[in-house]
Design a protein around this ligand. Sequence first.
Ligand code: SF4
Length: 344
Amino acid sequence: MRTNTNVELDAGTKTFASGLLPDLIAALRCSRKGDLIAVIGSDPAIGPALEAWCRFTRNSLVETTVDGGRTRWVLRYGEAPEDVGDDRPVGSRLWLYTNFDCNLSCDYCCVRSSPKAPRRALGVERVRRIAIEAAELGVSEIFITGGEPFMLPDIGKIIAACAASMPTTVLTNGMLFAGRGLATLRALPRERVAFQISLDSPTPERHDDHRGNGTWARAWKGIERARAEGFRVRLAATVSTDAEAEEFRGFLDAHQVSEENRVIRRIALRGSAEQGIALARADLVPEVTITADGVFWHPVGAEDNDLLVSREIFPLAESFAAVRRAFDRESDHQRRLARIFNCA
Ligand code: SF4
């Protein structure tokens, strides 16, 4: 299913070297910030040129699809919506990648996790220090993710260290709540810890297609187990199309899952994914993300160099300041470019 856009610009045989640029600028002049513009062409050389042009002009190339020998590039006029950061100040949420190994190897995993991925554990001592410093910086919630956090023998201590400082949500595939995992689950404080468990579709087919046979049933069992143990459980679906999102909404309605306990997001073209929404740094309001390898701009690219902010985690105040400085600088740059562009 192709993304609907505000403007469809058929490049015909034009390229950036032969008349496409004036057409593109004309299309932008009839558009508003946030509009999507599709450029359809036959020459693959348009792609790299369009990507470079988008970077230079601070627009965002968000999708590329090929159909019948023609390529359709979708760009958004401008960067992330201007009001996104208003109700979620930079630094209000903190993401921790506790590890990168996983019991699954989903085909769209944004950090290429799998049973073979090196663990790259953050470690309980670093997490303790992060949680304490984060509380001093005014962070209001920690999100623990991976990899699969329950692969770690000390995940109980890690979650407890975070929960001692502030409310903590653990992102998990929900499949390791047995034996040691179940004992860990039972020992956690219900009032400070919530779980976000991945379930991609109302029935197993699509979920299992991406994540492996039998995984839907095991995830559902994990959801029921965490709920039965008294935890708040948020269901998170990763989908490819608006139709899949709508279908999943119906499923959540039928199961009386409230709005605050549901997350539906599109597959991001990062990590192992071969299709999905292309996200540039400029598209992402930063959410400080810490891994064993350093501090990143956003959890969706927590091993990608374009989102790396610093190799140094501590002092945490400096990491946060580095992210805010970069965000302010880029927002200011965007504003200036927008004015120059509008007057051209
Ligand atoms: S998407 Fe989640 S469950 Fe799947 S491989 Fe990645 S970390 Fe593991």
